[in-house]
Write a protein that binds this ligand. Structure first.
Ligand SMILES: Nc1ncnc2c1ncn2[C@@H]1O[C@H](COP(=O)(O)OP(=O)(O)OP(=O)(O)O)[C@@H](O)[C@H]1O
Ligand SMILES: [Mg+2]
Ligand SMILES: [Zn+2]
Length: 448
């Protein structure tokens, strides 16, 4: 017996309610409820009586070497070494950021059959992009289709190794009354694709748009179904793009891939530090370089600060690429522990190149850049600064110090200011002068 009725579902986390709600009690997002038809059936669960052939884990063969290399090393690294057969990857990103481009470039090099199913563009549009990207791939098949049954039919006919679904928001299953793009369709299409991929052992890259709140529609909903969630990020006014893993069942989530968008497609950036430091002014107050660890790789980044007198009552604090709340804390520490008067000034902090720093290891560079801008004194541009700043103004140790120092030495930096707790881990081999100070006040006194 089956009947259908209306329910309201949170488009973020999938929470279901019989009434429309303004705020989701589960994930606390606002205005996220959409009306959907839910089919319910009341049947007893069945436990099958068939005979099964079960394998011990030792008898199951699976190899790391089975991974399909896309030939784009930045992409493969983010995935943990390539596409795992039978895995489902959700690729999210803002409209126009380059998701289709990335998916096409990454799959076109595979020397096995690829099916690119698109509900967004026509075959001709895909062809034009492929020509612009100069793709040369005899095994790349295109299907302009939104009906998932037809796509699965084509998959059965073709037996591809990799399938791209561009995008999940355009796909639908005919068994459901809901229109494409609804939570139910997105969830059911993803679940069917996942099931088929595991059974038939092909990899699927599902492209998903990011909603205005900065999330792939129904992220919580899809996250647990897929093996990996990777996010393609960038700023519209910069040509470079960053690929980040949010979840990965087959690799680390800390890896990032850096690309630059050109007319002929995405190019890999093998040495991101050089790129991010390339436009640095020679000697300007308010500019400090730090070494951040992104995944397994150290990346040098320029922290810029601008401090200006505030003419209105309430001073402005704006940060781009650095956590706003962390900035407020650091400003309080600067004022209270290092005697840097910032309470009546506007403070702007920017991480050059539009990148985001999440680690506290950048604290020292942020504080120093602010102090440098306020005092109009330059911090030597051959110096990098690494360290977390505590509420007492103390400089706390960070992880991977050796890697960070080596990257700086490689790019010609002469001095590194590091946390005192880290000095023992640094090998003297790199020809970079290591200095450590106990607290923020000493750093600022010595450098400015
Ligand atoms: N002729 C061109 N020259 C240079 N760059 C181009 C050209 N055409 C497109 N691009 C770049 O490619 C981007 C669009 O790439 P793509 O279509 O892969 O993005 P998408 O994320 O799939 O977009 P959508 O959300 O619309 O599907 C543009 O924003 C632009 O940066
Ligand atoms: Mg696209
Ligand atoms: Zn919710």
């Amino acid at each position: 017996m089956s009947k259908s009725r209306i329910k309201y579902i949170c488009s973020n986390c999938g929470y279901e309610s019989l009434r429309w709600l303004g705020k989701c009690p589960e994930c606390e997002s606002w205005n996220s409820f959409t009306e959907e038809i839910i089919e319910t059936s009341k049947r007893k669960p069945v436990i099958s009586k068939s005979k099964y052939e079960l394998n011990t884990i030792e008898n199951i063969s699976a190899n790391e070497e089975d991974r399909i290399k896309t030939g784009i090393t930045e992409f493969d690294r983010v995935l943990g070494g390539g596409l795992m057969p039978g895995s489902v990857i959700l690729l999210g990103g803002d409209p126009g950021i380059g998701k289709s481009t990335l998916a096409m470039q990454a799959t076109a090099n595979i020397k096995q059959k690829v099916l690119y199913a698109t509900g967004e563009e026509s075959e001709k549009q895909i062809k034009l992009r492929a020509s612009r990207l100069k793709l040369n791939s005899p095994e790349f098949y295109v299907q302009a289709e939104t009906n998932l049954s037809d796509i699965l039919g084509a998959i059965n006919q073709l037996s591809p190794s990799v399938v791209v679904i561009d995008s999940i928001q355009t796909m639908y299953r005919t068994e459901l009354d809901n229109s494409p793009g609804t939570i139910t369709q997105i969830r059911e299409c993803t679940s069917l694709l996942t099931e088929e991929a595991k059974k038939k052992h092909y990899s699927v890259i599902i492209i998903g748009h990011v909603t205005k709140e900065g999330m792939i529609a129904g992220p919580k909903l899809l996250e647990h179904m897929v093996d990996a969630v990777i996010q393609f990020e960038g700023e519209s006014n910069h040509s470079f793009r960053i690929l980040r893993a949010q979840k990965n069942r087959f690799g680390s989530t800390n890896e990032i891939g850096v690309f630059e968008m050109h007319e002929d497609g995405l190019r890999e950036i093998k040495n991101p530090s050089e790129l991010f430091l390339s436009e640095r002014e020679k000697q300007t107050p308010g500019s400090v370089v730090t070494s951040s660890i992104e995944g397994t790789r150290p990346i040098l980044l320029e922290v810029q600060a601008l401090v200006t007198p505030s003419n209105y009552g309430y001073p402005q604090r704006v940060s781009n690429g650095f956590d706003q709340r962390r900035l407020s804390i650091l400003l309080a520490v600067l004022e209270k522990r290092a005697g840097i008067r910032v309470s009546a000034t506007n403070v702007f902090v920017n991480i050059a190149g539009g990148i985001r720093i999440i680690e506290p290891a950048a604290d020292l560079a942020v504080c120093s850049a602010i102090a440098s801008s306020l005092t109009e004194k330059v911090i030597d541009n051959q110096t990098i600064m690494i360290g977390e700043v505590g509420l007492g103004g103390e400089i706390r140790s960070v992880g991977h110090i050796e890697k960070r120092i080596q990257e700086a030495a490689k790019l010609g930096f002469k001095t590194a200011i590091v946390p005192p707790g880290n000095t023992k881990e640094i090998k003297s081999s790199s020809n970079i002068l290591i200095k450590a100070f106990d607290n923020l006040e000493q750093v600022i006194k010595n450098l400015l």
